[in-house]
Design a protein around this ligand. Structure first.
Ligand code: PSU
Ligand code: MN
Length: 306
């Protein structure tokens, strides 16, 4: 037997051993979600936001076949610049390790690695979900089944409006995943604070969320999976839903024309929307991830107090 190809940063390991708050961060957002060098600037801001709010950031990625929990500044920079880095979801994780590959981990793969390391809170931008047209092409993100099975709290800005949000919420309900809007009734939609739909659940701050999580964790025999926290983008950074709808429709029509399929759809649409909006959507994306990192740290801190 060989040891599993996982490397836990010693400072993060020490924080976990001490029961100190740790927040996991994903890396597909670095390799596929944003262009260089904004992706690295985003990561630095997000890691600082976690630290400024009293928690240790743990950026998760696969580097040369090793699952890394925590990257040095030089490694983060190298990953952000890697041309042809893979997008690694649940199905790809062991394959990437076996083949010695490098890639960003999606929400699903990051949840797996975070849980393996004993990290309970994870901050990202938006989750994958049920794509528009899924009734014909079956494009449903592995993030949803991961939320159903892996007990990690994912702090997001909701589901991107490039997805079918009503179907995504239905799929989460079927899988028994609590979806909690923060401080409002409406379901946030990534770049926009709302989308005209009510979120299934609402809680108003990190303490209330930590209390909910602590009670849920006591029901150990119930074998819970994850929780999706949907934190609206700050007002000053949002692009309203009605305005976003036009950009999304245009990008989707172009993707269909070009025959973009499968795992390439989300990165392609995100990149095209950055072009169409003249980088306005990129600024929004960075602001919302930072906002989620802050809330993730607050939740992790509140959990350690219980
Ligand atoms: N949100 C972003 N940028 C991204 C993603 C989300 O702002 O790149 C990524 C996340 O890693 C998410 C993934 O898990 O897209 C979903 O991809 P798919 O639909 O192929 O499962
Ligand atoms: Mn997909």
């Amino acid at each position: 037997m060989t040891t599993p190809p996982i490397l836990l940063d010693p400072a993060i390991g020490a924080a976990l051993d001490a029961g100190a708050p740790v927040v996991a961060l994903e890396s597909t957002i670095i390799t596929h979600g944003m262009p260089w060098p904004d992706n690295l600037a985003m990561l630095e801001r997000v890691e600082s936001a976690v630290r400024d709010h009293g928690a240790t950031p743990a950026t998760i990625a696969v580097m040369d076949g090793t699952i890394r929990i925590g990257l040095s500044a030089a490694e983060a920079r190298a990953l952000a610049k890697t041309d042809g880095a893979l997008k690694l979801s649940r199905a790809d994780l062991a394959f990437a390790c076996a083949q010695g590959l490098t890639g960003g981990t999606t929400v699903a793969a990051t949840m797996m690695a975070a849980h393996g390391a004993g990290i309970a809170v994870f901050a990202t931008g938006g989750i994958g979900g049920v794509h528009q047209g899924a009734e014909t092409d079956f494009d449903i993100s592995a993030d949803l089944d991961e939320l159903a099975r892996t007990p990690v709290t994912v702090v997001s800005a909701g589901a991107k409006a490039i997805l079918d949000i009503p179907k995504t919420l239905e799929a989460l309900e079927t899988r028994g995943v609590p979806v909690i809007a923060v401080g409002q009734d409406e379901m946030p939609a990534f770049w926009s604070r709302g989308c005209g739909l009510d979120a299934p659940l609402r809680l108003d701050d990190a303490d209330a969320i930590a209390r909910f999580l602590a009670i849920r964790a006591q029901l150990t025999d119930y074998r819970h999976g994850g929780v999706l926290v949907a934190n609206p983008v700050p007002t000053e950074a949002e692009i309203p839903h009605a305005e976003m709808a036009g950009f999304i429709t245009q990008a989707q029509a172009e993707a269909a024309e070009r025959g973009i399929k499968g795992k390439h759809v989300t990165p392609w649409l995100l990149a095209r929307i950055v072009e169409i909006t003249g980088s306005r959507s990129l600024a929004t994306n960075i602001a919302l991830v930072e906002n989620n990192a802050r809330l993730g740290a607050e939740i992790a801190v509140a959990l350690t107090g219980r």
